[in-house]
Design a protein around this ligand. Structure first.
Ligand code: SAM
Length: 290
């Protein structure tokens, strides 16, 4: 077996060998603590399932995933890292490396589109939310997601109504996933060290889900939070399907001054039902079927 990449000395050696410097603009902070890497890989892997990874970097976590998963499909935006990964992880036949921005990948047309998979990533922090939304809204059959994020972001995942961090992602996660903090990771586990502490979080879908409903519910929740400083009424006014936002709020017992931050998941479901199944739809603009 190749030498473990996730150590301070091997990471320094690889960076020197390929004349590389960690790129801030790509959120590059490489894991150099082998125990943390092992714990993340163990949480992510299911022996018989492929793993999807975003941002392999120089392969620290990817290497461990290759050892415990059926296959690893990994996407790296930094083209300078592709030959490094090909060379350093060349012995793992279950690894597929793709160069490119994961946010641009058409997930309808990937080889693992119809297979059950798990997702694992030490996420590039500058694109945490778009990557998570892309996965949540994707057609992929993701049994579990194991992700390293900024500690503050992990708090936002579990935020409750009226918490300052509460937003569309908190609502959608509360609706669809069981969210657990797996472990806290200090700055010293990375090279270079980030400015913030991190947390590894797992998301496990609750039950089967309802793809047709979610297809319209998720964008609806995002629209309710589109302008956080404005009232829900003002955000609802931007949704063309809603005939009369004022009447809608009154009907469901909300004040016109209410903000999206005050509503819980059930409130959003009731609102959505009333708009897309009820009578508050403009006759010329019926919403998507549920
Ligand atoms: N997995 C490695 C580790 O744990 O040491 C590196 C993690 S580093 C925090 C994030 C990685 O994501 C970097 O390698 C970066 O180049 C890559 N990355 C950043 N934005 C990306 C994107 N949009 N698509 C794919 N990879 C991206």
């Amino acid at each position: 077996m190749a030498e473990v990449i996730a150590t301070p000395s091997k990471t320094a050696e690889i960076l020197r060998k390929y004349d590389l410097r960690a790129q801030k603009r790509f959120g590059q902070n490489f894991l150099i603590d082998p125990n943390i890497v092992r714990k993340i890989a163990e949480a992510a892997c299911e022996k018989d399932l492929p793993v999807l990874e975003v941002g392999p970097g120089i392969g620290s976590l990817t290497q461990q995933l290759c050892l415990c998963a059926k296959e690893v499909h990994t996407y790296e935006i930094d083209k300078k890292l592709i030959p490094v990964l090909q060379q350093e992880l060349g012995e793992y036949e279950n690894l597929t490396i793709t160069e490119g921005d994961f946010l641009e990948v058409d997930l309808e047309n990937v080889s693992f589109r119809d297979e059950e998979i798990t997702f694992c990533s030490n996420l590039p922090y500058y694109v945490t939310t778009p990557i998570l939304f892309k996965l949540i809204e994707s057609p992929l059959k993701i049994r579990r997601m194991t992700v390293m994020v900024q500690k503050e972001v992990a708090e936002r995942f579990r935020a409750q109504p009226n918490d300052p961090e509460y937003g569309a992602l908190s609502v959608i996660l509360a609706y669809r996933y069981e969210v657990k903090n797996l472990l806290n990771v200090g700055k010293g586990a990375f090279s270079p060290q980030p400015r913030v502490d991190s947390t590894v979080v797992t998301f496990t879908p609750k039950g089967e889900g309802n793809p047709a409903f979610e297809k319209s519910f998720y964008p609806f929740v995002q629209k309710c939070f589109a302008q956080r400083r404005k009232t829900l009424y003002n955000n609802l006014r931007q949704i063309p399907e809603i005939a009369d936002p004022s009447e809608l709020l009154q009907k469901l017992g909300f004040k016109e001054s209410v903000r999206a931050q005050e509503l819980n998941v059930q409130d959003f479901i009731r609102l959505h039902q009333e708009i897309y199944e009820g009578k508050s739809v403009r006759e010329d603009q019926s919403g998507p079927e549920r």
